[in-house]
Design a protein around this ligand. Structure first.
Ligand code: MLT
Length: 266
């Protein structure tokens, strides 16, 4: 499985894994804004964008192994690996399965807890609906929660872009990813054992993975920092790209031992 990948810049490799149900297209502002400070590597996770789905059973571990193979392919021994929401779940699977490949970790608008039973059955309902009727259920039920109230009320262009990204999601990938996310384990023990620095980012208006979820992850890891982004919801990297990029470039500077504006310790 070879992931379709867009990259920009030179220097410390920083892999950014996209949210559900999106693709690497969501990281446009990060490829543009961070390419002067690091090498930004943004794959399409399997089934999304330009990557094929393959035959494996749904699993975030499979997605994490795809990313490890991508690092091999890029000739990268260790990278900063980060992800937003579903991308964060895949990043935590990387922490479990490939900790030796991590130079640093970024967990954005995501959470470490497993799904309760009600959330798991809701995912199965959405998976079945999407396979039967197409992605309209995502526009009705998932899209409204993806952005914060500031974006929803004042930034029609940004909301329209998010809508376009959701509409482009292939139904088979959507169903596969929902089932993969439903099966994910609790990751708090993994976070407690992490030996790499961790940057946690959250939009202050995120209602899917809240600032409290972010605080819990930043506290669990031995070496964590927390950045809360104002006027952003769940898709903080799209809604407030400059603030998001500032947090990431401060972290990259810190890891590289350079002088940078470091996010405050959590
Ligand atoms: C995402 O943005 O990737 C999703 O909200 C993750 C989820 O459904 O838990």
């Amino acid at each position: 499985m070879q992931l379709y990948t867009r990259s920009a810049g030179e220097g410390l490799p920083v892999v950014l894994l996209h949210a559900f149900p999106m693709s690497s297209a969501m990281w446009l502002a990060q490829r543009e804004g961070l390419s002067s400070v690091c090498k930004v590597i943004t794959p399409d996770l399997r089934g999304f964008g330009g990557s094929v789905l393959g035959e494996d059973d749904p699993s975030l571990d499979v997605m994490a192994d795809d990313v490890a193979r991508l690092l091999d392919h890029e000739g990268v021994d260790r990278a900063v690996v980060g992800g937003l929401s579903m991308g964060g779940y895949v990043t935590m699977a990387m922490c479990r399965r490939h900790p030796d490949r991590l130079r640093g970790v970024i967990l954005a608008d995501t959470k470490a807890g497993a799904d309760p039973e009600a959330a798991r059955s809701n995912r199965e309902r959405i998976a079945a609906a999407v396979l039967e009727e197409g992605t309209s259920v995502l526009l009705e039920e998932v899209l409204p929660g993806l952005v914060g109230q500031t974006t929803a009320q004042r930034r029609a262009m940004v909301f329209g872009r998010v809508r376009g990204l959701v509409q482009a999601a292939p139904p088979t990938a959507v169903a596969w990813a929902q089932r993969a996310m439903a099966g994910r384990p609790d990751s708090f023990d993994t976070l407690r054992a992490l030996k790499t620095p961790v940057l946690v980012i959250v939009g202050e208006e995120d209602e899917i993975t809240s600032p409290a979820d972010a605080g819990a992850m930043a506290e669990a890891v031995p070496d964590g920092r927390l950045v809360v982004i104002e006027k952003a919801g769940h898709l903080s990297a799209i809604e407030q790209p400059e603030a998001f990029n500032r947090a990431v470039s401060g972290f990259v500077a810190e890891l590289a031992g350079g002088i940078g504006e470091s996010p405050s310790r959590g």
